[in-house]
Design a protein around this ligand. Structure first.
Ligand SMILES: [Zn+2]
Length: 138
C-alpha cells in the first residue's frame, strides 16, 4: 500500500513501567530492579531525614540551654557530645534561624552568627531564642 500523501499515524510501544515517567524498561526484571532501587533510596532518605530532624532538635536544645545560662561544657555533657560539637550545634542553629528571620543567604547568616560569644547570646535571650525556634532544616 502506498500513500499519495503523508498520513499522520501512531504506533504502540510496550514497556515495563516502574513509575518514573522517563523510564521505559524493556523487561519485567529490569523494572523490578529499578523499583527496589527506588524503595531503597526512599528508605535511606527517610532515615536520613529523621536523623537530621533529631539532630536539629538536639542542636536547638543545646543552643537554648546555653542562651539560658548553661555553659557550653554543661550543655555538651547533657547531650553526650563534645564541647566542639555543642559549639557547632549553636552555630548551626543560629545561622539557620538568622537566615530564615532575615531571608538572607547562608553566607550573610554565617558572617552574622558564626561563633557569637556566649555572653552576647545571654544579653539578648529573646532575640536568640526566636532564632532557635525559627531554625529549620532546608
Ligand atoms: Zn525505572
Amino acid at each position: 500500500m502506498e500513500n499519495k500523501y503523508p498520513v499522520k499515524s501512531t504506533y504502540t510501544v510496550e514497556y515495563w513501567d516502574c513509575g518514573i515517567a522517563e523510564h521505559h524498561h524493556k523487561t519485567y526484571e529490569i523494572a523490578s530492579a529499578c523499583l527496589s532501587k527506588q524503595n531503597k533510596a526512599a528508605k535511606y532518605n527517610e532515615r536520613h531525614r529523621r536523623e537530621y530532624q533529631s539532630k536539629l532538635a538536639r542542636n536547638k536544645a543545646i543552643a537554648a540551654e546555653v542562651i539560658y545560662g548553661a555553659t557550653i561544657l554543661e550543655a555538651a555533657i547533657n547531650h553526650g557530645v563534645s564541647p566542639e560539637t555543642a559549639r557547632n550545634a549553636i552555630n548551626r542553629v543560629l545561622i539557620k534561624g538568622f537566615q530564615r528571620d532575615e531571608g538572607c543567604d547562608v553566607l550573610t547568616a554565617f558572617r552574622a552568627m558564626h561563633n557569637r560569644p556566649v555572653r552576647i547570646l545571654r544579653n539578648d535571650p529573646d532575640f536568640y531564642i526566636k532564632l532557635v525556634n525559627l531554625a529549620k532544616n532546608t
